[in-house]
Design a protein around this ligand. Structure first.
Ligand SMILES: [Zn+2]
Length: 264
């Protein structure tokens, strides 16, 4: 799931508002001068720029679904704020810097920013997976975690209720495994560097991370995965793994066996 997390405060020239917290029911003040449109779901607020009403309504409905899925895993209410710029260029300005080409949505602080053209090209399942993935980043945070854990966790939540078979959701990795090539280590920052030169490697990085988190939920429990995530944010991943009798090295070994079992 290609996306990007920005820790930067959004400072683009278009951004005129101090965004309300995602949990607030208040309407954000004008995001774009005079042209902001807003839709409300049961749990979500969607703010668009010249966005068709039907698109806003669909996003509010999908953001509500995503919120329920994330809340079900995290055990806490989630109230999404989704921002829909008019174009990918406008999305790039909103996040301040960094390419958004190829991204369908991204987490940016307390909000999810949708890249309209790329999002529109996704099928309905993909739209729900992407929104749920990004909303997981917003709700759970990513600081101080290795990328395999925060990207894998976001995909764990994103795919949990999507109804896709593992070899379908992890098609690129499945191809490698069937060719006899198992990944040797959990994907690090270099594997997630979305420079566009090797999109298949990037796809596999997400799939590898996803299966690491899915392994933890399958072999221990979903609650264990959530507690590990929280503990790793506080103390680092090695210390968080210790109560499970795991280290990163032994997790890696067991994850490789799980990947072979799921995709071989
Ligand atoms: Zn992500």
């Amino acid at each position: 799931m290609s996306e990007q997390v920005s820790r930067r405060a959004a400072t683009g020239a278009l951004l005129l508002l101090a965004l309300v917290p995602a949990a607030s029911a208040a309407v954000p003040r004008a995001l774009w001068p005079g042209e902001t449109v807003t839709a409300r779901g049961a749990r979500s607020v969607v703010v668009g720029h010249g966005t068709p009403a039907a698109t806003l309504a669909e996003l509010a409905r999908r953001a509500d679904t995503a919120a329920l899925r994330v809340a079900d895993v995290l055990g806490e209410p989630v109230r999404p704020l989704v921002v829909v710029p008019a174009s990918a260029a406008e999305a790039a300005r909103l996040v301040g810097a960094g390419p958004v080409a190829g991204l369908a949505a991204l987490a940016d602080g307390d909000r999810v920013i949708v890249v309209p053209d790329a999002f529109a090209r996704l099928n309905p399942t993909g739209r729900d997976v992407v929104l749920t993935h990004e909303l997981t980043h917003v709700a759970a945070g990513t600081d101080r975690l290795p990328p395999w854990l925060y990207e894998g966790f976001a995909d764990y939540v994103g795919y949990r209720d999507a109804g896709l078979p593992v070899p379908v959701a992890a098609a690129e990795l499945a191809g490698e495994v069937r060719a006899g090539r198992l990944p040797g280590e959990l994907p690090g920052p270099a594997a997630f560097a979305a420079d566009g030169r090797d999109p298949a490697r990037l796809a596999r990085a997400y799939q590898e991370a996803w299966l690491a988190c899915r392994f933890l939920a399958d072999r221990f429990s979903e609650g264990t995965l959530v507690r590990l995530y929280r503990a790793a944010q506080a103390t680092g991943v090695e210390r968080a793994l210790a109560p499970l009798g795991l280290s990163v090295a032994t997790l890696t070994a067991r994850w490789r066996g799980y990947v072979r079992e799921q995709l071989g």
